[in-house]
Design a protein around this ligand. Structure first.
Ligand code: BTN
Length: 249
């Protein structure tokens, strides 16, 4: 694995200059039994940052947050609770850094501001038997980047939205604290907060079915406790979509 200059700044942060992926580094620590719950691996630059659905996560060196929070040997944690907890916690933190903006959660776990993506989340779960035991929570936040070099689907950043530069390390510490504190919350309260800040809720949207390519138009009702997107089709039928089965158009 490619990495240089791992520096342990305090008892929970491992800061790397360059790494293929902080998620990979964190997963290796976990597999080697070297990871304590609450440890964060962060990097100034990832040469092969991992995004959802096998995509690459690209980010300018030194300007943004690329962090992986390790949760090890968890008791009584299920996949869905974690799926609600992480975006809810990250959203709260970003909202506190940019009070003038409306920060929303795009199902399943992107964070959006002004209809543009500011943060992506990639959770990698480790099961023992059928129970979730550990997880690497990968979080990429666009902080001080202003040029993304993309013609369409342009992301945004804290700098672009607020006009102010922010210190990535402050955001890393706040995200870690929020997720760890959120572990104490009930599933019900996380689910409610997730839906309260759900992007496009009560709005008409178009979706594409991942397998058939079929298109659907309807109004987003919310996300249910099984983490399915619930949409009322224009013909009145209520449809539920699991993670990965549908794409926003
Ligand atoms: C997405 O596609 O939206 C998810 C992006 C997740 C990116 C973060 S950056 C830190 C961590 N390490 C990775 O390789 N990916 C995640």
């Amino acid at each position: 694995m490619l990495h240089f200059n791992p520096v342990e700044y305090n008892n929970w942060l491992i800061r790397l200059d360059i790494i293929d992926s902080t998620n990979n580094y964190a997963m290796q620590l976990l597999q080697d039994g070297m990871a304590q719950s609450g440890t964060v691996v962060s990097a100034k630059f990832q040469s092969a940052g991992k995004g959802q659905r096998g995509k690459l996560w690209r980010s300018s060196p030194g300007q943004n947050v690329a962090m992986s929070l390790i949760l090890a040997d968890m008791q009584h944690m299920d996949m869905f609770r974690l799926a609600f907890l992480v975006p809810v916690s990250v959203r709260q933190v970003l909202q506190s850094f940019m009070p003038e903006c409306q920060v929303l959660i795009k199902w399943p776990n992107d964070i959006y501001v002004n209809d543009r993506k500011i943060c992506g989340i990639l959770i990698e779960n480790v099961f023992r038997g059928s129970s979730l035991r550990s997880a690497v929570i990968g979080i990429g936040i666009n902080v001080n980047q202003s040029d993304f070099g993309l013609p369409d689907k342009v992301p945004t950043s804290l700098l672009l939205e607020t006009g102010r530069a922010h210190v990535p390390e402050d955001i890393i510490a706040a995200v870690r604290a929020a997720v760890l504190k959120g572990l104490e919350r009930s599933s019900g309260s996380l689910w409610q907060e997730y839906n309260r800040f759900l992007w496009k809720r009560d709005t008409c949207v178009r979706l594409g079915m991942a397998t058939s390519g079929e298109l659907l138009q309807g109004t987003v009702q919310g996300v249910n406790a099984d983490f399915e997107l619930v949409v009322r089709r224009d013909d009145g039928e209520l449809c539920r979509f699991s993670f990965g089965s549908v794409q926003w158009l």
